[in-house]
Structures are given as C-alpha cells and as structure tokens.
Design a protein around this ligand. Structure first.
Ligand SMILES: [Zn+2]
Length: 310
C-alpha cells in the first residue's frame, strides 16, 4: 500500500526567481491570483474553497509566489485592516477587502487545508509562511532600521548605509520522530491538546547539532529514551507559523519512560494493531486520537503502521 506524500507539499509551482524583480509587470498581467491573508487567515467562500483577487488591496505589498502555467500567484497581507466584528474573527476585515464575496470567511489553513487538493494547499501554505516572515522582519535585526521589500517579496533590505544588511525568508527546522520498539511506537501528548490526542515527539533543532543529534536529544529530554538508527523519512513545510518539519524514525535503545512533564503530559508505547482503533484529532470521538491527517506526524505513524517505512 502506498501512502501519499505529506500534505502542504507538491505545489507544482514554478517559483520563477528570475521574474521576481519584475513582479509588478506580472501583477499587471491577464491571469493573476492574489491570495489575501489577514492575521494568518485565508479567505474562503461558503463552501470552504479559497478565494483570491485579481489585484492587491491598495497599500498592501503583494508578494510574488510563482507561476502555474500562465497564472501568476501572489499573496498580500491585509492584517492592517480592522476586524469587521471583533467578536467574530472569522468575518475578518469584511467587505473592506473589496472584490471578495460578502459571505467570505477568514479561516486558519489548518481548519480547511486538509480538504483541498494537495497542490493548492501547498500554495496557500507557502503564502502564509512568506507573509508571516514579512510581518516579523519589518525592522533590521542588526541595526533596528525599518526594512524595505525587494525582489517581489523574497528579500527585505536594510536601507541604513552603515548597515546595508539583506534579509531573506527563513524557516525554522524542527525534527519530528516516530520512535519504535518492535511492534510498539512511542506517542505522547501535551496537556493543552484535545482530550485523547496523541502525537509523535518533536522539537526544534538547536544551533550546533545535527538533525540526528536533535532527534536523540529531544527523545531523551522528553521521554528519557535512548535511540539508535535515526533514519530520515521525509519533510513537510509547516508554516504555523514558520517551521520546516523534518520527519524521522528511530529505534528505541531503551524502553523505560521517564517523562519530562514540563514538555509532555504523558507518553506511552502503542501497539501497531491498536492504532487502527484510534480516532482523529477533531473528530469528536472519545478515547485516543491520532494526529490530523494533514500532519507529517500522522504520515510517519501511518507509514510505519502500513509497513511502508522502515
Ligand atoms: Zn540594518
């Protein structure tokens, strides 16, 4: 049995870095899709399909994402617009975002992305990640001067002549790993997750360590387990807000759990056959639940369960 690659990958988009300098000309072309974002939310219609516009909002800085055939994709950040109803964030900036249907809703990609075709979900995720980077790099990290957008939104430049630092979009590497011991795998949960929700362990890569060392450190810190044979399985952009998830499997070299309760509420060994009876995050079921189907955590678990992994 084959498993589809992780969601939010495979955009099929030509990033066309050689066209970024003339993004303004592309924006004036006949086939343009500008994805509006508002505080990290995308606009969707009543049926949950993403919405785009032909032109950016006045004053918004469009960010060139790339090309699919003759279609030029952009993203724009409308977060400066006020909420039409502060008690109902799903209504976003409302009809101040001209060109969208009056019943447009503004939702986090995780609320609807899993129902989208993978290619489209990947483009929306890309736009979300890039818009977040702009929001958090408005000032030069070296000298504090307000930065300016360059290259169609793929660079911010410090205009201070004494500094002149260029800043490029970044993504934060995080390792996520399924630790196994024969027919058992290690799943844990954080206290703020929905009741019953379980997932693989994960953590950010720190400076000065390899990915494999980060895997071993995180598993040791969170669960007190030593691992061996750390093996890379695949990756997934995870712009919630700015991660690149690097997925691994590892073999347990010890099995006695010592949980760091500041990181995990608990963790336990789960038998392969037990997984089939689990629900899924958000499905309203009682009992243990697997991570969402659009996560690489779920993909790692299913790969191993179905025997397509190690
Ligand atoms: Zn600077």
């Amino acid at each position: 049995m084959t498993l589809r690659p992780p969601h939010y990958t495979g955009a099929g988009l030509d990033r066309a870095d050689d066209r970024r300098e003339d993004a303004a000309a592309l924006l004036a072309g006949p086939d343009v899709r500008v994805l509006p974002l508002w505080h990290g939310r995308h606009a969707v219609d009543a049926g949950g399909a993403p919405l785009w516009r032909r032109r950016p909002d006045d004053g918004a800085q469009p960010i060139f994402l790339g090309l699919t055939g003759a279609t030029a994709w952009f993203a724009e950040d409308l977060s400066a617009l006020p909420a039409v109803d502060p008690d109902d964030r799903d209504r976003g900036p409302g009809d101040t975002a001209a060109g969208l249907p009056a019943d447009a809703r503004w939702l986090d990609l995780r609320a609807f992305g899993n129902r989208l075709p993978r290619e489209l979900a990947a483009i929306l995720a890309y736009g979300r990640g890039l818009v977040f980077w702009h929001q958090t790099h408005r000032f030069c990290g070296r000298c504090g001067t307000a930065t300016e957008v360059r290259k169609g939104g793929h660079q911010r430049q410090c205009p201070n002549p004494a500094c002149n630092a260029p800043h490029f979009p970044r993504t934060d590497p995080a390792v996520i790993m399924l630790v196994t011991d024969g027919d058992l795998c290690l799943l844990g949960r954080q206290g703020w997750w929905p009741d019953g929700a379980l997932s693989t362990l994960a953590g950010f890569v720190e400076p000065g360590e390899t990915l494999e060392e980060a895997v071993a450190r995180e598993v040791r810190e969170e669960a007190g387990i030593a691992v061996r044979d750390v093996r890379y399985r695949g990756s997934q952009p995870w712009p919630f807000p700015s991660s690149l998830m690097l997925g691994f499997e590892a073999i347990a070299a010890s099995t006695e759990l010592r949980i760091d309760t500041t990181e995990l509420e608990f963790a336990r060994w789960v038998h392969r056959d037990e997984l089939a009876g689990f629900g899924e995050w958000g499905d309203g079921s009682d009992g243990p639940k697997l991570p969402r189907a659009d996560s690489i955590s779920r993909w790692l678990i299913e790969s191993w369960r179905l025997g397509t992994g190690r």
